[in-house]
Design a protein around this ligand. Structure first.
Ligand code: SAM
Length: 278
């Protein structure tokens, strides 16, 4: 198990230069590492897709508890350290690639997959998008994200954290905040605290007729947070405000409502009506 002094020693012994531009903040808190593995609910039938194993602090705990870990790491300089720290295990496959450019179709033959990561924060949204849209046989993701991002992803309508990202993620998956992680649990220490979230995809039955338009409607509704929904939509779609007022009235939504007061179902109804008008 890697603790703070061990991680510092490993970095020092290998003359390793920590790369901020790859979002490298290595976990050093063994309690947090064990908790993440517990939240992932692993067993010897589970395969884990780990993104960014780094020096292997979390990887080792995942290897102990699962059938296999497939780990994508972009930084070829950290891989010798990762190999050294996991050389007792034969169930690790390391792929030295950028996860955002990887061909994930190779995962389609694996069953019982879960994805786990202490995410590199500079690419949090693209990785969540990848999980939601390009990993069809992975239903659960256990990701450590910046606390503010966790607040947004799990926010309900009517709260200050609820925005287009909350809606576009919750359209596909539930998001639970599972564990607070202090910035002091990493080397080097980041400027923010973190939270481990659990995303779980669900089968949505109520869908808009046009999902691309749904995304545009949601994003436009939050374009200028201080503006009303009518103003934002009218500007983006060039629809007269009076027409939008009638649409909202028919949906039982107040004419001065702002984007953050609508539920996902409200946005679906709104999209279906707008589709007929465009
Ligand atoms: N899992 C390790 C831990 O918890 O100590 C390291 C986590 S660190 C926050 C993020 C890791 O993701 C780094 O090892 C970094 O090199 C790697 N990484 C950054 N961008 C990546 C990408 N596009 N594809 C794969 N790995 C990436």
């Amino acid at each position: 198990m890697q603790n703070r002094s061990k991680v510092l020693k490993i970095i020092d012994n290998h003359n390793f230069r920590v790369k901020k531009f790859y979002g490298q903040n290595f976990l050093t808190d063994s309690f947090i590492i064990t908790k993440i593995a517990e939240i992932a609910c692993l067993d010897k039938n589970t395969t884990v897709l780990e993104i960014g194993p780094g020096t292997g602090a979390l990887t080792e705990e995942l290897l102990k508890r699962s059938k296999k870990v497939i780990a994508y790491e972009i930084d070829n300089e950290v891989i010798p350290i990762l190999k050294e720290n996991t050389d007792n295990y034969s169930n690790l496959e390391i792929i030295n690639e950028d996860i955002l450019k990887a061909d994930l179709s190779r995962l389609k033959d694996e069953d019982n997959l879960v994805t786990v990561a202490n995410l590199p924060y500079y690419i949090t949204s693209p990785i969540i998008d990848l999980f939601l849209n390009k990993m069809p046989n992975i239903k659960r993701a256990i990701y450590m994200v910046q606390k503010e991002v966790a607040d947004r992803l799990s926010a309900s309508e009517g709260t200050k954290d609820y925005n287009s990202f909350s809606i576009l993620v919750q359209y596909y998956a539930t998001c639970k905040k599972q564990l607070f992680v202090s910035r002091k649990s990493f080397v080097p220490e980041p400027n923010v605290d973190s939270v481990v979230i659990e995303l779980e995809k669900y089968d949505r039955t109520f869908k808009p007729k046009n999902e691309t338009l749904f995304k545009r409607v949601v994003e436009s509704s939050f374009k200028e947070r201080r503006k009303t929904l009518i103003n934002n939509l009218s500007n983006s779609f060039k629809i007269p405000k009076d027409t939008l007022k009638d649409v909202l009235c028919n949906l039982g939504i107040k004419e001065d409502a702002r984007g953050e007061t609508l539920t996902i179902d409200d946005y679906i109804h709104l999209t279906d009506i707008m589709e007929e008008m465009l």
